[in-house]
Design a protein around this ligand. Structure first.
Ligand SMILES: [Zn+2]
Length: 320
């Protein structure tokens, strides 16, 4: 009896520790970005726009997304793309689920497949076709990072260049990294274009890449979740600003409450959790200075609800 009690007690300690790692534990708020750092000027064209292309959802609970989230609160994680319309060339940021998602999922590790309950609404390519989109306008697909759920639709756009950082491409090419689809996915070839951060600091991030040279779409490196993750800042006319933060956080609470992903989730989801935390805090200090910036975590439906939508698109589901 005593022995059984000791075994149970020994098991209870790590279980309690594990449970605690899901509890709320906000990071210390950083100071706002100092006034000595200027808010960069942009000359956005009047018709620049940010358009939501939600392709489906992943069935999760809030606790999976951030510390302090409830295990009882169902959260459908957005899986989608963002179309940035710009007269010098449109960009699709990530792809969300593509036409081949079901087959791609069979190549992922069995435990991951069991844990991932997803629902496909309509792939980005099909949505753009329904909307009568002129594909000649699409200059590239810009990846916040190259995880499975962000690249799934690349084969549906074989003619479109894929813009990626050197470090992210290297991670994609390395076999066996968690979250990447690996060699079979890229066997048919992907028209990669490596982006370089040739411009100087931007909102406290050390380097940047100004896509069209007018300051309206600027990428900065934000490694952590993956080695080559980026944040895409978009400045529309009338100072409407978006920050497409990819998977820096999965839900807005990551930035509004400074709650990281729970330890167990970080363990398998983030290649460099410390790096991710540094960039999360950097972004938090930007938001203290520019509180009306619209933050778009790639998997937060509420963020996608704050964008323009495509005309004439009917999908199985819709943003809540
Ligand atoms: Zn993701």
């Amino acid at each position: 009896m005593k022995k059984r009690f000791i075994v149970a007690a020994a098991a209870a300690v790590p279980v309690a520790r594990l449970a605690r790692s899901f509890a709320s534990s906000p990071l210390t708020a950083p100071p706002p970005l100092p006034d000595s750092i200027p808010i960069p000027e942009a000359k956005p064209p009047a018709d620049l726009d940010v358009v939501a292309v939600p392709t489906g959802v992943n069935k999760r609970v809030a606790a999976y997304g951030y510390r302090g989230g409830s295990f009882f609160e169902k959260r459908d994680f957005n899986m989608g793309a963002v179309l940035i319309r710009h007269p010098s060339g449109d960009l699709l940021v990530d792809t969300g689920f593509g036409r081949g998602i079901d087959q791609q999922m069979t190549t992922m590790p069995p435990l991951f497949q069991r844990m991932t309950k997803y629902e496909v609404w309509k792939p980005a390519r099909d949505q753009l076709e329904s909307a009568g989109y002129d594909f000649g306008r699409l200059a590239g697909i810009l990846l916040t990072h190259a995880h499975w759920d962000h690249v799934s639709g690349l084969p549906d756009f074989p003619e479109v260049p894929v813009l990626v950082t050197e470090r992210e491409k290297a991670a994609f090419d390395r076999e066996g990294l968690h979250g990447y689809l690996g060699a079979p996915f890229s066997a048919r070839g992907i028209p990669w274009r490596v982006i370089r951060f040739e411009s100087g600091p931007y909102l406290g991030f050390p380097r940047s890449h100004d896509v069209h040279g007018d300051g309206s779409i600027v990428c900065v490196p934000a490694p952590g979740h993956t080695p080559g993750s980026i944040i895409v800042f978009v400045t529309l006319a009338h100072h409407v600003r978006y920050a497409l933060v990819g998977d820096l956080v999965w839900q807005r609470e990551g930035l509004t409450r400074l709650e990281e992903r729970p330890w167990l989730v970080r363990k398998f989801a983030d290649l460099d959790a410390d790096g991710n935390r540094r960039n999360l805090l950097r972004m938090a200090s930007v938001l203290q200075r520019i509180p009306d910036m619209i933050v778009v975590p790639a998997h937060d439906q509420r963020a996608f609800a704050e964008m323009t939508t495509l005309p004439n698109v009917i999908t199985k589901g819709r943003i809540l």
